[in-house]
Design a protein around this ligand. Sequence first.
Ligand SMILES: Cc1cc2nc3c(=O)[nH]c(=O)nc-3n(C[C@H](O)[C@H](O)[C@H](O)COP(=O)(O)OP(=O)(O)OC[C@H]3O[C@@H](n4cnc5c(N)ncnc54)[C@H](O)[C@@H]3O)c2cc1C
Length: 265
Amino acid sequence: MLSAEPAAIPLAGGTDIMVNWPQRLSAHAATYLDLSGVGDLRSIRWTDDALVLGAMTTYWDVIEDAQIAAAFPMLLDAARQVGAVQIQSRGTWAGNIINASPAADGVPVLMAYHAVVVLESADGRDEVPLAEFYLGYKELRRRPDQLVTEIRIPRRSYRFHRFEKVGPRRAQAITKVGVALTEGDEGWCVVANSVAPTVCRCPTVERRLATGELTGPNELIEALRDDVSPIDDIRSTAQYREAVLARLIYHAAQDATSTPNTTRQ
Ligand SMILES: Cc1cc2nc3c(=O)[nH]c(=O)nc-3n(C[C@H](O)[C@H](O)[C@H](O)COP(=O)(O)OP(=O)(O)OC[C@H]3O[C@@H](n4cnc5c(N)ncnc54)[C@H](O)[C@@H]3O)c2cc1C
């Protein structure tokens, strides 16, 4: 159906699409493709080397799954902090990826676990690492005729994982600044949100954490300036975002050396 009408808009939980429905009358004339009847998109499965979330997997599906929480604890942390229970039970991880908000909470944890976005169309299948999926603000490596069908999260060993969301309150809050970090055999992965046009990795910080060069929050602020470009907006200031992000990473790095929370898969 999507290949016949690529302008159609896939509808998953509708928690982003429907927000402005009463005001955005032009949206009423668009064609929507309801994905709720595609049962295969709802599956959660484990392969030898990955956890595979079907595109209709919701935050609540993850909250209820003890095996996922044990292997990928940041997925549980993020799911619990998205909206409140109504949003958690309808909103999907794939919708969070495609909505492409710089403040998305699902995207940073998936990216820090090296997730891969699986896209399918009538022409075949593409796999794009989530860290390479965003080309700029709301610019994605997805053609209009492609559906996200799965999100693949490789099984890897991590010695440390941490997700931090800073907002004005603990529920129903849009992130002012956030970060997801993992540390494992392949080094650090540091992913920041709300500090750049897209959720993004921080390669300079990752390299310098690996060499043990970053000894204080002020040095972290310097390193972060290579990786992110926070702005002043209605929710916060660039200066606050930079200072808080540096402190979150600093404390996580300190904790990683003293109390690693190992998971082996
Ligand atoms: C009150 C409220 C609180 C919220 N709180 C948070 C929060 O704390 N943190 C946060 O990150 N977000 C939050 N959100 C935003 C939203 O809930 C999430 O981004 C959610 O993950 C979107 O998923 P969905 O399934 O509802 O997407 P939808 O609204 O159905 O779709 C979102 C976008 O993804 C596209 N899409 C969906 N599925 C596919 C697919 N399989 N293939 C291709 N395209 C697809 C749609 O066409 C659309 O462009 C909140 C929203 C509300 C209304």
